[in-house]
Design a protein around this ligand. Structure first.
Ligand code: 5RP
Length: 265
């Protein structure tokens, strides 16, 4: 692996082999998502606890201080919305020149396996990998499920992660599943990070699945709504960070969460 690729990957994945990515890209298909109406304000109290931030070029240019010292994972797929016909009909919407110009540490795009647009999104992944590898930029594939949240089970996720890695993704983002998540990670030759999905009822549920996912081999998370849509985003991200980087279990993380919640701002 060349120096540039190694250097960018080491900005994303920390010395302990783990990673906490904070995505704020949801507006690219949902519009002004709850608590992400002003992305720059949303991340102000929490960005420092993340290892990298994930967003589109529009949010990066307009809402993020260029002096920020955090690696950026640039979302480069899109062109569909929640009110359109099919969320899976995504294309690449950002050029390699833009990825370089914006000094991204990685590029990221969604693949919709099992959908009508499987071939299109997988071909786009291969194209993006070819363009990014020329410049030592890692690609993180997002194994998306669109509205079909029930697809989040081990066989589907394992297939999606493996295919994304075979096409050249350097990191794969997938969902956690309670049953056989280890099969998802074991079948994927590149590091796997877990997305959070819609906000859960309790914070403990998030700590439970993050902890279990890490035990089963995930290197960390790319987790948004279950941090910045909560009532206590700082407590949430610090507790998740403790699971990822300080070997806290889910109960210890919840105790830390309650303790930080109780502190005066
Ligand atoms: C949106 C994304 C998000 O980055 C990803 O789903 C993680 O966010 P959350 O934890 O809120 O699900 O790729 O398509």
């Amino acid at each position: 692996m060349d120096w540039g690729m190694k250097n960018r990957l080491s900005q994303l994945i920390q010395k302990d082999g783990k990673a906490l990515f904070l995505p704020i890209d949801h507006g690219y298909f949902q519009g002004p998502t709850h608590r992400l109406e002003k992305p720059g304000e949303t991340i102000k109290p929490i960005w420092q606890y993340a290892d990298a931030l994930m967003m589109t070029r529009g949010v990066l240019r307009n809402c993020i201080d260029p002096a920020i010292s955090k690696p950026i994972i640039l979302r480069v797929s899109g062109a569909t919305t929640v009110v359109g016909e099919d969320l899976a009909n995504e294309n690449l919407v950002t050029s390699i020149q833009e990825i370089i110009r914006l000094n991204a540490s990685a590029a990221s795009m969604s693949v919709f396996i099992g959908s009508k647009y499987e071939h299109q999104t997988l071909s786009n992944l291969a194209k993006l990998v070819d363009q990014c590898e020329d410049y030592g930029i890692p690609v993180m594939a997002v194994t998306a499920v669109g509205r079909e949240l029930e697809k989040r089970e081990a066989r589907f996720l394992a297939l999606s992660c493996r295919v994304a890695a075979e096409l050249g993704a350097r990191v794969v983002k997938t969902y956690y599943c309670k049953e056989k998540f280890e099969k998802v990670v074991d079948g994927c030759p590149v590091p796997v990070v877990i997305a959070g999905g819609p906000k859960t009822e309790t914070q403990q549920e998030v700590f439970d699945f993050v902890y279990d996912g890490i035990q089963k081999g995930a290197i960390g998370v790319n987790l948004g709504r279950n941090i910045w849509q909560t009532e206590h985003p700082v407590a949430a991200i610090r507790a998740i960070r403790a699971i990822i980087h300080e070997n806290f279990d889910a109960k210890e993380a919840n105790n830390l969460y309650e303790q930080i919640k109780a502190e005066k701002p």
